[in-house]
Design a protein around this ligand. Sequence first.
Ligand code: SF4
Length: 443
Amino acid sequence: MKYLIETFGCQMNVHDSERMAGLLEQAGYESTADERDADLIVINTCSVRERAEEKLFTRLGELRQMAIEEGQRPVVAVAGCVAQQEGRHILKRSNAVDVVIGTRNLKRLPMLVERAVEQGAGAAPATIDLDPIDDVSFPLGVVRRSDPVKAYVTIIEGCNEFCAFCVVPYTRGHERMRPVAEILADARHAVDTGAREIQLLGQIVNHYQAPDDPACDFAALLERLNTLDGLERIRFASPHPRHVTPRIIDAMRDLPKVCRHLHLPVQSGSSRMLAAMRRRHTREEYVELVAALREAMPDIALSTDMIVGFAGETERDFEETLSLTAAVRYHSMFSFKYSERPNTLALKRMNDDVPEEEKTRRIVALQGLQKTIQGELHSRAIGRIEPVLVDARSRRRDWELSGRTSGNTVVNFAGRPEWIGTTVAVRITGANPNSLRGESVNS
Ligand code: SF4
């Protein structure tokens, strides 16, 4: 039996798909990249941005059409945040689904698809499993990593912050910490099987406190990972600014394996908007935090998430977003137009009152500014020699390799395929808005 997993959304979803792939392979399934060859298709959905539900139903319609043309369809399971959020409603809109599985129930996927696979797609009533299971353990060595060089390791699931715009606490549940013993075993196993970089994942990754060791907070976890032989780099996403402690800054400064990059979501440059968003920090506190990070690590690269057009955002609020962007000078930014999401406080109590054309104008202005800043930062890198961890062949040119600096910037350069998985000293020779070009200094 063959399976195909289609993944939308964030790194957490990518890693959930790696986990589901491992569970299915343990149950005897083989992977395929061809949907016409698949006996089972799992659609791992994301609902953070608008139209996520429509994307799912469009895809289900395509699978239905494929089934009509082929005379039979694969078993279809819907997983991820849209599955958790929409549950039974998915079955009302589509008869092409056999299993709907919630974000906390992934370990039951092989068991849930078993009956549908045995009886044939659509032959048995669809199964829905959305029970909020709090167990965050995952069997060692089962994950089927999609990247040979970088390994994701989840350390926290769920979130207790309830930012006004965010659907995550409703789809992923309350915050649950993984035991540190399990995290270290996962990391050890990943390194033993070829990973050179560990990326720790959690909705508020820096809020970590080990349930099995009161002495192990996030900084202590970084210290313990830093001692792993064979591991070269540690990254993490995403921290919440209000939980970045002096201990974490010290650990980032002092531990050589922790990358000089921090993705530090801010969402708005206006303290008034931050309060409306329930972010629980002000612009001034964020700017102070950036200054403390830069004082400890002058070479640190910062990236962020920004929302424009949140409920009640005035032109003045937006100008504060532009001025914060200009002041911090982020190396990269994910920016979005605000859209209402199900269940959120903003949907229930606030008015989505910024017209769509105005949101578009603001995002174009913000992205234009960010592109200029990124271009300037990249141009300044020309002439430097950067250690680049090579992770793959370049997407555009077969003879080129692609890797990342410690600051998380993509660098493309000519090299040999056997360098994949190693760190190469690269002289930066050219800059594009989203990447750098270079040449190996030891070739
Ligand atoms: S911190 Fe806020 S934005 Fe991040 S996952 Fe939690 S609720 Fe969502």
